[in-house]
Design a protein around this ligand. Structure first.
Ligand SMILES: CC(C)(COP(=O)(O)OP(=O)(O)OC[C@H]1O[C@@H](n2cnc3c(N)ncnc32)[C@H](O)[C@@H]1OP(=O)(O)O)[C@@H](O)C(=O)NCCC(=O)NCCS
Length: 147
């Protein structure tokens, strides 16, 4: 389970309010991850305290098929902002692997409160400086499609 979650991930109303805000924000790029036409996750970048971070999740029954890695690679191609940052619970080895494979490098750790575990845990901070492989002309924040 992801450690850094919403306070109550089962609160559908709060989720809908949050998603409506996210979908309108020019500072957020969010993409659905699908497998055989079925929604199995999402990947996104967002601005927090002036820096741009990435986040993602994949339905547990689809873990280990390379979906997070592929989704993140596609996001990195369409979001030209650098540096990009990521924060992950230090014991989330799958996510650390996904990020490092995408070129993110560990820059440090911090102790933060994780709603998903209701306690303070160590999170690892990662940074990507490598430029996007392609810079499509239609990816200005206004024109990017959000889902
Ligand atoms: C993290 C998460 C997105 C990974 O999704 P995924 O589609 O299974 O990821 P991938 O298949 O692309 O890659 C997982 C990598 O971890 C590796 N891995 C899987 N289990 C592992 C384990 N127990 N120990 C070490 N590595 C492991 C896989 O081999 C793979 O590496 P590889 O590409 O070198 O083979 C998924 O576990 C998830 O949604 N977790 C909950 C939400 C979350 O943690 N989001 C990230 C917050 S920063």
């Amino acid at each position: 389970m992801a450690a850094f979650t919403a306070e109550d991930p089962d609160d559908r109303t709060a989720f809908d309010v949050h998603m409506a805000k996210v979908r309108k924000s020019p500072e957020v790029t969010t993409r659905a991850v699908t497998a055989d036409g079925r929604l199995v996750g999402s990947v996104a970048s967002f601005v927090i305290e002036g820096t741009t971070e990435v986040t993602y999740w994949i339905d547990r029954s689809f873990w280990g098929q390379g979906l997070a890695g592929r989704a993140l690679a596609l996001l990195l191609d369409s979001v030209p902002v650098r540096p990009l940052f990521a924060r992950v619970a230090s014991d989330n080895v799958r996510s650390l692997k996904v990020l490092q494979k995408a070129g993110f490098a560990i820059t440090g750790t911090e102790i933060s409160f994780a709603n998903g575990r209701n306690m303070e845990i160590e999170e690892t901070i990662l940074r990507l400086d490598e430029p996007a492989k392609t810079t499509p002309s239609d990816v200005s924040s206004r024109e990017r499609r959000t889902y």
